[in-house]
Design a protein around this ligand. Structure first.
Ligand SMILES: Cc1cc2nc3c(=O)[nH]c(=O)nc-3n(C[C@H](O)[C@H](O)[C@H](O)COP(=O)(O)OP(=O)(O)OC[C@H]3O[C@@H](n4cnc5c(N)ncnc54)[C@H](O)[C@@H]3O)c2cc1C
Length: 686
């Protein structure tokens, strides 16, 4: 094959030069900022050492291509990496020695290696998190010293592989609804763990699919004379030598996912599995041999083990978004595209895409949020680590006092930060091409042209374009019709009124963009390209407003045409309600656009009544949702979605799909168990 990368390529050279030039021109010390983010120069040095060790390790940094790797192979590979990580941590533990300082060093090493894994192989990162965060973390927070002595050493060496079995097929966030039962048998001093139904099956459980030997099982607990609510039990799952499920355990892999293919999320069902009473994690709540229950000093303690997962999610949000932003921004600086020469003459190179206003406003605010999330992570991690340190030092009060606040804050932060991260990832993805904001340029040019013709702004000499059907409203002399948001909301029962309101917004947005564009050229003396870029966000808004007006007009006309054809009244009514909801949601999400379009909210009542209108119209459609989606008429054979099956038999279909997927070997044992897992489990203590 011809070696194309040795051909002279001025554009490739220019890409390098752009990045280098901008790096050299940075006006602050990047190194100092890295130290600030890491929490000091020493922390940076420590992290870099861990990342170097990671990069130099042939098992962890295998150089293999994930996207073309068969799933079964990836599972085996991620298991090997997990064990390699364990070896690195064991070696570090031996070196660090006993005591608080050694433990803190180990925690930092684990965090640094986990961050490297989040960049390099998120599947292994999540497996390691299940082992260290969920399994070991829960044992430490919820187990008595005797329980910790029994399971922790094996867990830390990976002679025991744990999983965290909270979620069930039919329940998770509403944990009290869990169907898994633990019933005390006072005669044998055992708990009997049962999954009484299909929907009680533990589901999504990381590491359960193929390798976990033990689970921490959340179960509704029943004592001879009382119910003890949700308690946590250590339940052995697989035989270490053979990998076979233990008696009473039905276990398997839930199958392929859209990401983290190396992680074996699985299902577990218990058929009257007996475990000693000792196996109920009893640091806070316990059960005596006669069946009497000693409740926890604070009910929030039950949530202790899930806080770490939420705190880690905040950090992961920053880690994943910062990777995406690094890639998108470097590419944005390196790549040049377009004929609109930003701030330069026509002979100058094409603009860097990072200089487009849509890139500046699309990516840089996410960069700001990313720094906010890094700072937030530092705060919540420090708070959580301090609580746990108190707990481990025997200062129960130090753990309990901030628990409720930490629980509440971490719940919200996990949600808000991960929502943001997925938005940021999407913005980065779009910024790198394929979704083509440039296409909106054609629409914007047309809209500005027509508006300018109608209103006599800009250069009168340019060629006139006859206004087409889609922009007829730009010539409508009756606009603007509404003089306040309240006036529009008062007529929100009428599709025509909503359409006019939306068109009024489109006229205003197009007008604002066109006026600003002309002013940038005529008053500020910008070139066409410069002016276009300076107004790009306004132009994209104008296109959005116009397209929404077009959609609303189409919807309204469609309903009117069906009505004229004599279509059933009930259908006309439901279509009208959908059209109203489409319009109201747009208005509610773009209230400021309506205000800018001469529809001021004279009081906050208008804004809240718009929101209430969205809620009430959406709720009015609630009884029709099955009918409205059935009308799309997708047969199950085409949809192929167990969770969206027409009959509603979602749990059975999902279970059937999961249990028959190719990852579940007929033997019930992962193909790499004998060579990889059992030697690890059966090794003598490291
Ligand atoms: C990759 C991955 C790994 C996982 N690993 C594990 C694991 O190792 N161990 C484990 O136990 N679990 C695991 N889970 C499961 C995870 O904990 C649950 O998915 C999560 O707790 C949400 O529960 P659910 O899926 O049952 O959704 P539900 O609680 O049923 O919620 C479904 C949707 O309903 C809506 N909803 C539900 N309740 C309300 C409400 N009160 N108010 C408003 N809206 C509501 C929300 O839109 C929500 O998104 C994993 C999940 C994933 C995706």
């Amino acid at each position: 094959m011809r070696k194309l990368d040795s051909l002279p390529s001025p554009l490739a050279d220019a890409a390098v030069e752009s990045v280098e030039t901008e790096r050299a021109a940075t006006e602050f010390s990047v190194e100092a900022l890295t130290h600030v983010l890491d929490g000091g120069a020493a922390a940076t040095a420590e992290r870099r050492a861990a990342w170097r060790a990671f990069a130099a390790d042939p098992v962890l940094n295998d150089g293999l291509e994930r996207f073309t790797m068969p799933l079964k192979e990836e599972r085996a590979l991620s298991t090997a990496k997990l064990f390699r990580l364990a070896d690195m941590l064991s070696a570090a533990r031996a070196e660090a020695g006993e005591g608080e300082a050694g433990e803190a060093e180990l925690v930092r090493l684990r965090r640094n290696l986990m961050r490297a894994l989040e960049v390099f192989d998120p599947s292994v990162a999540i497996r390691a998190f299940v082992q260290h965060g969920l399994w070991i973390g829960t044992l430490k927070n919820q187990g008595t010293p005797e329980q910790q002595a029994k399971w922790l050493p094996g867990a830390e060496d990976y002679r025991i592989i744990g999983c965290f079995a909270m979620t069930e097929l039919a329940h998770s966030s509403f944990l009290r609804g869990a169907e898994t039962r633990a019933e005390l048998d006072v005669d044998t001093d055992e708990f009997v763990i049962s999954s009484p139904s299909l929907t009680a099956t533990k589901w999504w459980i990381g590491q359960a699919g193929q390798i976990a030997t033990h689970a921490i099982v959340f179960a509704n607990t029943f004592l001879p004379n009382s119910a003890a609510g949700i308690q946590l039990f250590v339940v052995p799952l697989r035989d270490a030598a053979t990998g076979k499920p233990l008696p009473g355990i039905t276990i398997g892999d839930i199958g392929p996912k859209f990401g983290r293919h190396g992680n074996d999320n699985g299902f577990i069902s218990f058929d009257a599995v007996r475990v000693p009473r000792f196996n109920m994690l009893a640091r806070w709540a316990s059960v005596e041999s006669d069946g009497s229950f000693i409740p926890p000093p604070n009910p929030a303690l039950a949530y202790g083990s899930t806080i770490l997962e939420r705190v880690s999610s905040v950090g992961s949000a920053a880690d994943y978004a910062s990777q995406a932003l690094t890639i998108a921004i470097r590419f944005g600086v390196a790549r040049r595209q377009g004929s609109g020469h930003v701030g330069s003459s026509p002979s100058a190179p094409e603009p860097q895409i990072m200089d487009y206003q849509s890139h500046i406003c699309g990516l840089i605010p996410h960069l700001a949020t990313c720094y906010a999330v890094f700072c937030t992570t530092a705060r919540v991690e420090a708070g959580y680590n301090a609580m746990v340190a108190d707990l481990q030092a025997g200062n129960t009060l130090g753990f309990l006092a901030p628990l409720a606040d930490m629980h509440a804050t971490s719940c919200g932060l996990k949600t808000v930060c991960t929502w943001w991260a997925s938005d940021a990832l999407e913005a980065c993805r779009r910024s790198m091409g394929g979704t083509d904001i440039t296409r909106t340029r054609q629409t914007a040019r047309y809209l500005v042209k027509i508006y300018s013709q109608v209103h006599g702004i800009g250069h009168s000499g340019s060629r006139r374009v006859p206004p087409g059907d889609s922009v007829a409203y730009l010539l409508d002399a009756s606009l603007p019709r509404f003089d306040s948001l309240g006036a529009l909301v008062a007529e929100a029962h009428s599709l025509d009124a909503l359409l006019v309101g939306i068109q009024q917004v489109a006229v205003a947005k197009i007008g604002a963009a066109a006026t600003r564009l002309h002013s940038a050229m005529i008053v500020d003396g910008m070139s066409k390209g410069e002016a276009w870029n300076a107004c790009l966000m306004d132009l994209v808004d104008a296109v959005t407003a116009h397209c929404t007006a077009y959609m609303m007009e189409s919807f309204t006309a469609f309903v009117a045409a069906r009505e004229a054809e004599g279509v059933d009244d009930a259908l006309i009514q439901v279509l009208t309600t959908l059209a109203r909801l489409f319009a109201l949601r747009y208005a509610s999400e773009h209230t400021t656009w309506f205000i800018e379009a001469n529809m001021p909210a004279k009081s906050s009542d208008a804004i809240s009544s718009l929101r209430r209108a969205v809620e009430s119209v959406a709720s009015s459609l609630r009884p029709s949702v099955i009918g409205l989606t059935d009308a799309f008429d997708y047969p199950d054979e085409l949809l192929r979605a167990p969770l969206g099956v027409k009959s509603g038999d979602v749990y059975r279909e999902y279970y059937r799909a999961a249990s028959t997927n190719a990852l579940n070997e007929p033997s019930g044992v992962a193909p790499y168990w004998r060579t990889l897992v059992s030697p690890r489990l059966l090794q003598s203590k490291l």
